[in-house]
Design a protein around this ligand. Structure first.
Ligand code: GDP
Length: 461
């Protein structure tokens, strides 16, 4: 572990709060906070045992003025968040107090930490790998319990273990292949071609299994986007209201767009389903007919799931049929609304395109069929994605890209081998695959990318 300078930052969220925490980490952390801290007992922090809290005050050195009543927590290297000496000053939560204490700490000779720098130190000092470090931001930012669980498992190292296992497989294969290249006449045992093929296949399968979890991982982390579309008056608003009534809606304002979009999120089996609000489009009346297929195509593109609402009391229109065809590569649920009225609708061709379980009959005004609709959404979300190793999920696009690259190289390895080309051709691709895999845990990754990853962290983390 190299010696790094001592850093500090406010680690709690900005705003009024009961308490706020300033975190100081580095070899001089305890000494420097000692200069500002006046404990009830005369004990100096420097003599403190690890994980001990001390009650007292932060005092301005020149004037002797008390700034706040605090509790300082002393944690000694190496068993700390950063593996360095860490002191946390628990003070009152107002931003002025926090800022003032932080300034005193900085003035005493500490540098202000960059975003994510504490976690970066934990990584650089080898306490956690890159995937675990990223799990910490995921954990902080998780919006759902399901997402939180994914992040926690990743933090505990479940993904890292899988990645290391794959790396180990590749390394041992490489070692053997390289031995046969370097010492062709020695007694290095030649591989039985069948055995080699099986080993390459085994590695490919492991990588493929992980890639397969990425869809579900993304859904658990981010939820899905659903669009409710249909002609005017078929009952889209009523349906949305019925869905919102059943589940508590979280409404978030997203500023910065030309008009503020209201995102309504319903929670289905722990998965946030964001309803893309078509209010703006509804203003110009009709998505399907007037604004035309073009606009609804945009909507189709943006959404992961389409709820196409039809009026049971009317015959189906060409445009509606068109939407079903256009949405063919998406998940689409046909909601036949107003089934309390006399049914005139003929599903005809649609039934051939869609599975019957993706057609749900509702009477939105009576809340009828809403449970069934939720079940259908839920089964579409989870369909087929629950693989045998679903306890470890890929939920980070950086990891997914690295796995995709490794996968491509491994397929090349397989091809090269099956074509009977010499071993050094195989090892080139195998090395490249190893490198891509190693990017996930940060074993093979450039400093600039590491900096980029941590720059995305919150301040004080
Ligand atoms: P939108 O234009 O597609 O958003 O449709 P609305 O939700 O505004 O509904 C249009 C009209 O249909 C309203 O008068 C609703 O009360 C009525 N409506 C909605 N759902 C049903 C239903 O299930 N049965 C019946 N009979 N009327 C409904």
């Amino acid at each position: 572990m190299y010696k790094r300078d001592t850093i500090a930052a406010i680690s709690t969220a900005v705003g009024d709060g009961g308490i706020g925490i300033i975190r100081v980490s580095g070899s001089e952390a305890i000494e420097i906070v000692d200069l500002l801290f006046k404990g009830k007992e005369e004990n100096k922090l420097i003599n403190s045992t690890s994980y001990k809290a001390h009650y007292g005050h932060i005092v301005e050195r020149e004037s002797g003025k008390i700034i706040d009543e605090v509790i300082t927590l002393v944690m000694k290297a190496p068993k700390t968040y950063t593996t360095e000496d860490v002191v946390e000053i628990n003070c009152h939560g107002g931003i002025v107090v926090l800022q003032k204490i932080l300034n005193l700490v900085l003035k005493a000779g500490v540098r202000l930490a960059e975003p994510g720098e504490f976690t970066k130190r934990a990584f650089l000092n080898g306490r956690i790998d890159l995937a675990q470090a990223e799990a910490i931001t995921d954990l902080i930012r998780s919006k759902t319990e399901a997402g939180l669980e994914v992040a926690l498992k990743q933090l505990e190292g479940s993904l890292s273990n899988k990645i290391n296992d794959i790396r180990q497989d590749i390394v041992s294969l490489l070692a053997h292949l390289e031995a046969t290249i370097d010492f062709p006449d020695d007694e290095v045992e030649e591989f039985d071609p069948n055995q080699l093929d099986t080993r390459i296949g085994g590695i490919i399968n492991k990588v493929e299994d992980l890639i397969k979890t990425s869809n579900r991982g993304k859904i658990l982390k981010e939820g899905i986007k659903a669009a409710i579309i249909g002609k005017p008056n078929v009952g889209k608003s009523s349906l949305l209201n019925a869905l919102l009534r059943e589940k508590r809606a979280i409404v978030t304002d997203i500023p910065g767009t030309t008009r503020d979009i209201i995102e309504e999120v319903i929670n289905i089996d722990g998965i946030p389903v964001k309803i893309i609000d078509t209010a703006g489009i509804r203003e110009t009346e009709d998505v399907v007919e007037k604004v035309g297929v073009e606009k609804s195509e945009d909507l189709l593109k943006e959404a992961d799931l389409i709820l196409l609402v039809l009026d049971a009391s009317q015959a189906i229109s060409e445009e509606e049929l068109d939407i079903v065809k256009k949405a063919n590569d998406k998940d689409i649920i046909l909601v036949i609304n107003k089934v309390d009225l006399k049914e005139e609708i003929e599903l005809g061709d649609i039934e051939l395109i869609l599975d019957s379980k993706d057609i749900v009959k509702t009477a939105a005004i009576d809340n009828e069929g809403i449970d069934k609709l939720e079940d259908t959404i839920s089964s579409l979300i989870f369909r087929g994605d629950i693989s045998s190793n679903s306890d470890t999920l890929i939920s980070n696009i950086r990891h997914k890209n690295a796995l995709d690259r490794a996968y491509g190289r491994l397929l090349d390895v397989q091809k090269t081998f099956q074509m009977g080309l010499p071993n050094d051709f195989i090892t080139i691709d195998l090395r490249a695959a190893l490198e891509s895999i190693g990017e996930i845990t940060g074993d093979t990754i450039g400093e600039d990318i590491i900096d980029q990853i941590f720059a995305d962290f919150c301040l004080g983390k």
